[in-house]
Design a protein around this ligand. Sequence first.
Ligand code: AMP
Length: 114
Amino acid sequence: MDCIFCKIVAGELPAKLVREDASTIAFRDVKPQAPTHVLVVPRVHVGSLDELKDPTLAGALLLAAAEVARAEKLAGGWRLISNTGADGGQVVQHLHLHVFGGAKLGRMLPERKG
Ligand code: AMP
């Protein structure tokens, strides 16, 4: 499968790793949208949150994200986002959690109609 995050997991593409464990890895986003912008991904290929069935892996991803935030010293607060599907703005089809922090983050909600 031609998946860039699978290639990062396999060490076939370079990435700035910040954390890894048996089931997840975390690396810096190549186009950061905040002073800290880290992606937490499962080692196994899961297309998106829609396809995540394993509660142990779900927990590992959440705990990894929180550990990244602590390691990055985001004591003032941080945000976790997982874009899911076309309307959710997902571009890379391998489940990933965005950890954003290091600045006061603006609201990131769709604009209201009417
Ligand atoms: P999403 O829109 O949620 O699918 O976001 C995909 C994210 O992956 C974007 O923020 C990209 O900048 C990031 N990205 C794409 N390719 C790489 C890469 N090779 N290394 C690190 N981040 C990447």
